[in-house]
Design a protein around this ligand. Structure first.
Ligand code: ASP
Length: 344
């Protein structure tokens, strides 16, 4: 009797593939333009998840994909309610024994915000990988299919577990906390300024060269909520008035993030308005409009006296996400809030 000798392919086939849930939300990766040379005049979020998958031959060899259309939007229109729906859906999927990881396709415009929100609010150590595209699906050299293939490759990798939410884009793997969009048009549109990417993915290989140190996912007390506290952003610039801050306070906002100049410095007029807002119980967080570096807490010199919190390395948009989550979870006192910004 002949004993069958396992071949490399038959033994690989015997191993069950990782089961990855794909949540499509729209964006340019699901965008369509009138012709293939058109990379700017397109409509985002019009191509369905089945078509996204059909454009990526070979995906089925990497993972068993369970796909669903979570939304079909241009991510410039991302809404707080959709954040909550998305976070809840990711948590539900990852709680299932038959799901090993989640991939989310998203628009590039607010990807850095959604990624950080999920990084803090998802409660699982299983991989969650987001991706996107700068060119619509209809374009010559569309970047979406390879980005999707790479995102699934990362999500299927055991090395991606326990790293919070990752962003796989243009072959690099970024931490959701650090990644930002840095180009309005280039295919290499995402960076993690100062800190750099965590690793890379190419041709089926996933390599991490560092890990995120700050607590995320299961190690945070944060959760997406049904009713978000209102947190807005104002900027400091030459000749800025206090009109916006006064209007926000009158509207009853719970928090304001200021996109300050340089190291989070604020025009004296705006600073006065913000200090008055802080005295009325509005949480004020100082971030910077610069785009890289950190905003140092200047304690006794002014933050403590003015009632401000400093955002550290978070840009204003990410600082807004953390402030909203902290306020929603019940942390509003300034020293406790500073602790939140120093920790997460
Ligand atoms: N406006 C698009 C979006 O964010 C841009 C993109 O995906 O590149 O949905």
């Amino acid at each position: 009797m002949n004993t069958p000798v396992p071949t490399p392919s038959s033994s690989a086939a015997a191993r069950p593939l990782p089961r990855i849930a794909l949540l499509a939300t729209g964006g340019t990766i699901a965008g369509a333009a009138p012709d293939a040379a058109n990379t700017a005049g397109y409509q985002a979020g019009v191509i369905g998840v089945a078509q996204l998958l059909a454009a990526v031959p070979g995906l089925g060899a990497i993972a068993d994909i369970q796909a669903e259309q979570a939304a079909s939007i241009d991510s410039k229109d991302m809404a707080l309610a959709l954040w909550t729906t998305l976070a809840q859906r990711v948590n539900t999927l990852l709680a299932q024994d038959d799901i090993d990881g989640v991939v989310i396709t998203h628009g590039t415009d607010t990807l850095e915000e959604t990624a950080y929100l999920l990084h803090l609010a998802v409660k699982s150590a299983k991989p969650v990988v987001m991706t996107a595209a700068m060119r619509p699906a209809s374009a010559l050299s569309a970047d979406g299919p390879l980005n999707l293939l790479n995102a699934v490759t990362v999500a299927a990798s055991p090395a991606a577990a326990g790293q919070g939410v990752l962003v796989a884009f243009n072959n690099r793997i970024h931490c959701a906390r650090d990644v930002v969009k840095v180009s309005t048009y280039a295919v290499d549109a995402f960076q993690s300024p100062e800190i750099g990417a965590l690793g890379w993915v190419q041709d089926g290989r996933v390599e991490f060269q560092r890990r995120a140190l700050r607590p995320h996912t299961v190690a945070t007390p944060f959760a997406a909520v049904e009713r978000w506290p209102q947190v807005e952003i104002v900027a400091s610039y030459a000749g800025v008035s206090r009109v916006a801050v006064d209007a926000l306070v009158a509207a009853g906002v719970r928090g304001i993030v200021v996109a300050g100049t340089g190291n989070g410095s604020i025009h004296a007029t705006l600073q006065q308005a913000l200090a008055e807002a802080a005295a009325q119980g509005v949480a004020i967080v100082r971030a910077s409009r610069v785009g890289s570096g950190h905003v140092m807490h200047n304690g006794a010199a002014s933050d403590d006296a003015l009632g401000f919190v400093s955002a550290g390395t978070l840009n204003p948009y990410k600082a807004r996400v953390l402030l909203a989550l902290a306020l929603a979870q019940g942390t509003a006192e300034r020293v406790a809030l500073q602790g939140v910004f120093d920790r997460y």
